[in-house]
Ligand binder design. Structure first.
Ligand SMILES: NC(=O)C1=CN([C@@H]2O[C@H](COP(=O)(O)OP(=O)(O)OC[C@H]3O[C@@H](n4cnc5c(N)ncnc54)[C@H](OP(=O)(O)O)[C@@H]3O)[C@@H](O)[C@H]2O)[C@H](O)CC1
Ligand SMILES: [K+]
Length: 494
């Protein structure tokens, strides 16, 4: 995968390892000093009208960053009130040094009374939050965010947001902005953490990139640089079969629209040919609405078997509006045994709810050629134990599900996660909120199918599809319907 550290996502645990490795060569207090200075600079830049900065400092190194920021703000001539959670005498290591360098007074957290004109610098907990916040902190959060509605600048993470999962531990600040260090953490990208962090600034405190790359797991933000090298050939492949042939299964006559949305998206996303495989009873309704896509009758496994004699048909989308679970299972078996690539969505996923292992067995053992596109509810049907395990982050869930199914997982949502069986994970961030509309998932399945049909490896096909789908949502704009999305699919990024 691409090496740039700007896209790297690092868990708090890995960041701790990286800090310890960095401390062998660099002063760890130097890192804290730069972190705290960056927070003070962001505070002055973002809140020029602040009457006072209320710096709330916790018992660990997040609090240490707070003491450095408080000193820097004071030196800049700003009014500062510092409040500490717990005994400052109990501070150790770098946090104790940062506290010792701060010459102003420090009052207990409980004595903080939010005042109009205050900007709160939240340095209570960062990467080290290990359980629900204490009641005293929940009370302060309530007073600051709800009652006084003061602006908050969070140090590393809004206190209460779990950096590994993005989940709220008891209560969490809602920050206008967050300054984090070196790399984004999962909690900055996964909901609800992403929306609680506000504007995110990633500040380089001087940890060498080689340490980050060596100690980080394979998690990144989904940006074009990651899959650009896997894009299909743009020139030369003139023949339309050269751009791949995608086949999309239609549902019954009463539910054909979803598959047509997938088919339209597949054409727009670059498949040379798209064929809709329709039950005979739905042929006329499909024919009435199709222009560029072709149409073939498929009622049962015999029809499909005959079709699979055509070696040009390598890529299929099954699920949008499909309905019939038993038929879906039969088709999926034939496609798997025929070595085909498959995007399994919606009803295609639900068809395996009683025996997910049967699905995984069909696609085991080779490089992935199954792409699963569940939302949370569909995910729970195939992976009930993972869905119920509250300790897992969305990243963990997608990664474990990919390993179990030997498929690429697109775990959908406003914070869609894409995972491969080999452990690579991407978190998507370009989807506008209005993309969550009926039929949007059918369009995504069609784009993935088109990318697979053009010969992209499954992980890159999925990741680039999620990205283009997000861009299409942005381009189509607020108020879009799913019908608007295929035409808004952008060309490949430069
Ligand atoms: N490279 C970097 O990114 C740098 C980051 N820095 C900053 O350091 C923090 C992480 O510091 P750490 O000391 O590991 O963790 P915290 O300060 O976030 O919190 C640990 C202390 O908080 C206590 N704790 C944890 N959860 C709770 C809770 N729910 N209630 C009460 N107390 C809690 C914990 O106590 P334990 O009893 O669990 O031991 C600790 O006392 C990072 O976020 C950055 O801000 C550095 O500046 C250097 C570089
Ligand atoms: K914080």
């Amino acid at each position: 995968m691409h090496k740039d550290i700007d896209t790297l996502i690092v868990t708090p645990e890995d960041m701790g390892r990286i800090d310890r490795a960095a401390a062998l060569d660099l002063s760890s207090y130097g890192l804290m000093e730069r972190a705290g200075q960056a927070v003070a600079a962001a505070a002055l830049r973002r809140f020029p009208g602040a009457l006072r900065f209320a710096v709330l400092c916790g018992p660990g190194n997040n609090g240490g960053d707070g003491y450095v920021a408080a000193r820097a703000l004071q030196e800049a001539g700003a009014a500062v009130a510092v409040h500490a959670l717990g005994e400052t005498a109990a501070l150790t290591g770098d946090a104790a040094s940062a506290f010792a360098c701060f010459s102003g007074s420090v009052a207990p957290l409980s004595a903080y009374v939010p005042a109009a004109g205050d900007v709160v610098i939240d340095a209570l907990f960062g990467a080290g939050l290990s359980r629900d916040v204490p009641q005293a902190v929940a009370d302060i959060i309530e007073a600051v965010c709800r009652k006084a509605a003061l602006p908050v600048l969070a140090v590393d993470l809004p206190s209460g947001v779990d950096g590994r999962t993005g989940q709220v531990r008891g209560a969490a600040f809602e920050a206008s902005a967050t300054v984090t260090f070196m790399c984004r953490k999962p909690g900055h990208l996964l909901l609800p953490g992403r929306s609680l962090a506000g504007d995110l600034e990633v500040f380089d405190i001087g940890i060498p990139a080689r340490l980050l790359a060596r100690h980080a797991d394979h998690m990144r933000v989904n940006v074009p640089a990651i899959w650009r090298l896997a894009l299909p050939e743009q020139e030369g492949a003139i023949h339309k079969y050269g751009r791949g042939h995608l086949a999309v299964f239609s549902g019954p006559a009463t539910a054909t629209g979803a598959a047509r949305l997938s088919a339209a998206a597949g054409l727009r996303a670059g498949a040379g040919l798209v064929t809709l495989l329709s039950p005979r009873e739905a042929l006329s309704v499909n024919a009435a609405h199709l222009t560029a896509a072709m149409l073939k009758p498929v009622d049962g496994d015999d029809d499909l078997s005959a079709l699979l004699d055509d070696a040009r048909l390598q890529t299929f989308v099954l699920g949008p509006g499909f309905g019939d679970g038993a038929r879906a299972r039969g088709h999926v078996r034939l496609l798997a045994e025929g070595g085909r690539r498959l995007v399994l969505d919606a009803d295609g996923i639900s068809a395996f709810r009683d025996d997910p292992a049967a699905l995984f067995a069909l696609f085991s053992g080779e490089s992935p050629r199954l792409v699963l596109t569940p939302h949370d509810g569909e995910f729970a049907r195939l992976f009930p134990d993972l869905a119920q395990d509250g300790a897992l982050s969305k990243i963990d869930r997608a990664r474990k599900a990919a390993a179990r199914s030997n498929g690429i997982l697109i775990l959908k949502g406003a914070d869609t996660v894409i995972a491969a069986p080999d452990g690579r994970v991407l978190v998507n961030g370009n989807a506008p909120p209005w993309l969550a509309t009926a039929g949007s998932g059918d369009v995504l399945a069609g784009i993935v199918g088109a990318h697979l049909a053009q010969g992209m490896p499954a992980f890159e096909a999925a990741a680039s599809a999620v990205w283009r789908h997000g861009e299409a949502g942005r381009i189509a704009g607020e108020g879009l319907t799913a019908e608007d999305l295929p035409d808004a699919i952008p060309p490949w990024p430069e």
